[in-house]
Design a protein around this ligand. Structure first.
Ligand SMILES: [Zn+2]
Length: 199
């Protein structure tokens, strides 16, 4: 029997999960995912498997994801939408989204192709949005304990709480161009799938 699928809001979120999840064998390397394979389509969603290989120890693993709706609709978009709902992710926690924001922002800064850099910018902005979905509206500048799923993120909160400041994240978001402006600037979508660029 396969393991219970991870419930994601999109294929993009599933690949970001692979990017942010360390290898179960060596605890190090990033998992590099191959193309998703559709296993079943039911009313509750599409189940896909993604075979992944650790970039450090080369161990192979397969992850199962349950995605809403029809996968093909996602491929039509100019830039993959990570999560169109207000509901925070159930598979990536606040710390992982902040880490992804930083990783993708750094990749965008190094990218020489302007269009690609724009796409990365949109992805980074979406990671920041996902992190912000975990914060309570009132009270605290730090996320609630339910926003943490991993020990790595809890440790990071202890060591560097300033990275989790809601005010800081909102300031970062304010420096980014608006999502609408970014989307308008990248009207021509390349054929290459977006997660391929980071291989
Ligand atoms: Zn490994």
């Amino acid at each position: 029997m396969p393991e219970k699928p991870l419930v994601a809001h999109s294929l993009a979120e599933a690949y970001l999960y692979l990017m942010a999840t360390p290898c179960a064998s060596c605890g190090q390397g990033l998992l590099k995912g191959s193309d998703a394979r559709v296993v079943s389509k039911r009313e509750e969603g599409v189940t896909v498997t993604i075979a992944a290989t650790c970039a450090a120890c080369h161990a192979d693993t397969t992850k199962w994801f349950l995605l809403p709706g029809d996968l093909t609709s996602e491929e039509k978009g100019e830039t993959a939408i990570v999560n169109p709902t207000d509901e925070p992710s159930g598979i990536l926690d606040v710390g992982q989204w902040i880490m992804l924001f930083r990783m993708i922002t750094e990749a965008a800064a190094k990218e020489t192709d302007k269009t690609e850099a724009r796409h990365l910018g949109i992805e980074a902005a979406q990671c920041l949005e996902e992190a912000l979905k975990f914060y309570d509206d009132v009270d605290s500048d730090l996320p609630p304990s339910e926003a943490f799923f991993t020990d790595a993120s809890r440790n990071r909160l202890r060591e560097a709480p300033e990275q989790f400041s809601k005010r800081r994240l909102i300031d970062l978001r304010a420096k980014l161009p608006s999502m609408a402006a970014m989307r308008a600037s990248v009207s021509v979508r390349k054929k290459k799938r977006w997660w391929r660029r980071r291989e």
